[in-house]
Ligand binder design. Sequence first.
Ligand SMILES: [Zn+2]
Length: 377
Amino acid sequence: MQTTGDQQLLKRINRSVLLRLMQQQGGLSRARLAAHSGLTKSTVSALVRELLDEQWLVEASSPVTGDGLGRPSTPLQLNAIGRVLIGIEVAVECLRMVCVSLTGELLSEHEAPLDSSDPQAVCAQASGLLQPLCADLGARHITICGVGLCLPGAVHDSTGVVHFAPNLGWRNLDFLAMIRAAFVSAGIECGPVYVQNDADAAALGEYEFGAGPKDDPLIFINCDVGVGAGIVLNDRLFTGARGAAGEIGHTILQINGPLCSCGRHGCAEAFIGARAIKTSADLERAGAYLGVLIQNLDALFNPRAVVLGGKICAQYPGLLTQAKATVAQYTSQSGMPMTEIRAPRYGLQAPAVGAAALVLHRFLRPLSEGASHVFGH
Ligand SMILES: [Zn+2]
């Protein structure tokens, strides 16, 4: 390995350590950053200078006293206006694009019906949506950290290959390469580009812009026509060997139950998926089965937080109530504490915001799989 490469990597790691400390607790001084990170004060000072110059951080205008480390100090914050993250959700019926600050503030959102699910057409439409936003941000001297995309399918973490997206009709598609090429040919300069599954992205959004490690493990359940889950475990997404972990819609909840779209009987999707809900009795049953599903996930992962999102949960808030009641019944029977079950912070924008969060997540973890190709940016 070259020495320069090592130094660059070390610097990236140290920068990410400081940014993650700032993400978890705003208002830290340089002295506090040094104390919490274990880095020397001079290293922290030099890195903070860079992070200020590159608009990752801002400092408060007046120093404060009394932070317990002696001299008056200047509190630092993540820069909420100088840099943005962009997320694009390729849904079955539409494209959603959001622009989000480093602190998770939703700055703008756009939605357009999907012209066609042909991959090249999707790339062209996404480029057309992104181009004016990039031009506008550029004119305002706002830096784009990168663009994350998410879609309903199994995506390989580090290669961005979509193994299977049945609702888009895609199989073994090198979507990351295609979308990058489309952005380049449209003259879009937007930093690194990433692709992830929609429920995985939504889970990351809840994690990065929420309580972070205090919510680890976190499970995001996306209820639509299909039912999927994104799982954050040990500070990273748990996606499985081929990106298909979390396909909870096809876990079996009843032997010889109703027919599922996959051909099996009694899958969770056959009780909870949009097509299974036609009457109020169906809705009540779906809520109860959702509770069963959460109980099973709790036994597997013992999560700190379960987030119930997707179109079905937004349309029928009673599902959350019923699911909670069912889980409460199981926890009271076992005497175990109840896991927190909540609605998503960003509602139906959760996957798109999560795709934006993916950019930050990867940047802050320079050693994680999939981040290696951004060295040098
Ligand atoms: Zn099934």
